[in-house]
Design a protein around this ligand. Structure first.
Ligand SMILES: [Zn+2]
Length: 342
């Protein structure tokens, strides 16, 4: 199929339904709202206090608008059932979206990344609203060159209606289906370490971070053996992971400061499954509280799952997993090595 034929085939999907309409499992309710605003740290009383909501001109307690998608999430059990059906080969998987994805897969656009989510609200949702969502393939772009590779942008439009069939919100969700850079085993110049026996396949690479204007400094710092943390230049608050704005004062101005790398294990998990080829298992993953006061997630090495403990002092070293990726890795305090390479 030529590029022109592919474009024509892709345009056939525009306007098609992207799946059956889905009803929200629960009406808009105070319990879910309360959990949401507590998790988000949103103290606006119109989400929890009837009187405050009425004084603000609403008919009663309203749901935070950005909670929109939470109402139609299908839940863990349904997700697991879908995964199991796919694994068993019994999944239907023949709707327009499935066929669109397969067409792109077949042309080498096998990777996917979400790029935009735009929500538009027609009215605030109130307690008792029952939502239904239907989804339409709104657009498929021609082939575009992007920083990740060449690909096509796909936009789905979700229309949310209420119990009276009235439109209450729309959401446009855009993804990029792109051709991934040559993988391990292709002619990508990825070679096995010199001491690897010739019949051992090269070690899979760790997943790449998606580099942005906001987070690039962190990974570049790691390459130089520095653990860099964002600091708001307006109010001095440290933050991690990197993001555009300060949650304390909303300032977009920031600088990177170097951490001592010393901290303690605030919490941890020991990951046994699923096994991703680039990692060694069991894998100790900790939330480390740095002595500067912010936290980050990182691997802990030089320790067994039996001996890792909350409160344990640790310090950062740097590990070059491949030519492109160096990450901070923590060790029990006093045992940290300098930057090491695999
Ligand atoms: Zn600030």
């Amino acid at each position: 199929m030529s590029d022109q034929d592919l474009d024509a085939a892709l345009q056939e999907f525009v306007g098609q339904s992207a799946g059956d309409a889905t009803r929200s499992p629960d009406p808009v309710n105070q319990a879910m709202i309360r959990h949401w605003v507590e998790a988000m740290g949103d103290h606006n009383p119109v989400y929890v206090d009837e009187q405050a909501a009425k004084e603000a001109g609403f008919p009663g307690v309203i749901a935070p608008p950005t909670m929109l998608q939470a109402w139609i999430m299908r839940g863990l059990r349904a997700s697991l059932e879908t995964e199991a059906a796919r694994a068993a080969g019994t999944s239907q998987g023949d709707g327009p979206t499935d066929r669109l994805m397969k067409l792109l897969d077949d042309h080498g656009f096998t990777s996917v990344v979400a790029t935009n989510c735009d929500q538009h609200y027609e009215r605030p949702l109130v307690l008792g609203d029952e939502l239904e969502v239907s989804s339409t393939i709104e657009s498929v772009s021609p082939e575009k060159a992007t920083g990740l590779g060449v690909g096509h942008f796909l936009t789905n439009r979700l229309d949310f209606t209420d119990q009276d069939g009235e439109l209450v919100a729309t959401m446009k969700f855009r993804i990029l289906k792109f051709r991934p850079p040559a993988a391990v085993g292709d002619d990508a110049g990825v070679s096995a370490p010199a001491d690897t026996p010739p019949d051992t396949p090269p070690r899979a690479l760790r997943p790449r971070p998606s580099l942005t204007h906001d987070n690039r400094f962190f990974f570049e710092g790691a390459k130089e053996g520095k653990l860099l943390i964002q600091r708001c230049t307006s109010c001095g608050t440290l933050r991690h992971p990197p993001r555009p704005a300060c949650a304390t004062c909303r300032s977009f101005e920031w600088e990177a400061v170097e951490s001592s790398g010393r901290g303690t294990i605030y919490s941890y998990v020991v990951n046994h499954y699923p096994k991703v080829p680039a990692f060694d298992y069991p894998l100790v993953v900790a939330l480390v509280e740095l002595e500067e006061g912010t936290r980050l997630v990182a691997n802990v090495e030089g320790i067994t799952p039996e001996t890792v403990a909350i409160g344990m002092p640790v310090e950062a070293g740097f590990e070059a997993f491949d030519d492109d990726l160096t990450l901070p890795v923590f060790h029990p305090a006093g045992t940290s090595d300098a930057t090491e390479a695999r």
